[in-house]
Design a protein around this ligand. Structure first.
Ligand code: IMP
Ligand code: MG
Length: 176
């Protein structure tokens, strides 16, 4: 068990399981993009670890960039999604694959989709390591999902609780 700020967390998903999920994502994405050069867009801060591990295994030509969004306060999602760091690249006609650490309510995804629609991209796809189906409130399909998890707060592997826990190589779940 670990303690971050005032809360306790229990081990939930091992580094090995994360590794397998990333391999599964890479296999699927690689098969779909063998004939073009996709642009991966990582959503900061949470997605830094998944972007790194995923791209180390993606052996075909690709580009990578980052965007910074924030909707979370403490342990719950808010309606308002802020863009904290923008795109500075022309994405006209490109296939964009957004890489998320986790999709919860989907508010961040909807904001991202609206943003990329303005960029006149060829295609907008979403890849996420974790997905909380019970919390998801959108119709937007998620193209690549690593691991489906229950609607409970998690930390580790890039995910934080008020700034702490991002460095943990495995994932922990909030203790009841
Ligand atoms: P959404 O906009 O509600 O889908 O939330 C997306 C963002 O909230 C994710 O990219 C994370 O940064 C953060 N988030 C959602 N669920 C969790 C969680 O269980 N732990 C830590 N951060 C989370
Ligand atoms: Mg995030």
């Amino acid at each position: 068990m670990i303690q971050l700020h005032d809360k306790q967390f229990v081990p939930f998903i091992s580094a090995k399981e994360i590794d397998l999920a990333i391999t599964k994502l890479v296999t699927k994405i690689s098969a779909d993009y063998s004939n073009e050069i996709p642009v991966f867009i990582g959503v900061l801060n949470g997605a830094f670890m998944v972007v790194s591990d995923l791209l180390k295994r993606y052996s075909s030509p690709c580009e990578v960039s980052f965007i910074k969004m924030a909707s979370y306060e403490g342990t719950s999602s808010t309606e308002e999604v802020k863009q904290l760091l923008g795109l500075n690249q022309d994405l006209t006609g490109r296939s964009v694959i957004v890489i998320e650490d986790i999709v919860d309510t989907g508010n961040t995804l909807v904001a991202l989709k609206a943003l990329f629609e303005k960029e006149k991209v060829k295609e907008f796809k979403i890849a996420t390591l974790f997905f909380k189906p019970e919390a998801y409130q959108q119709d937007l399909p998620i193209d690549y999902v690593g691991i489906r998890i229950p609607n409970k707060f998690i930390v580790g592997y890039g995910l934080d609780y008020d700034g702490l826990g991002r460095n943990l190589p495995e994932v922990y779940q909030l203790k009841d």
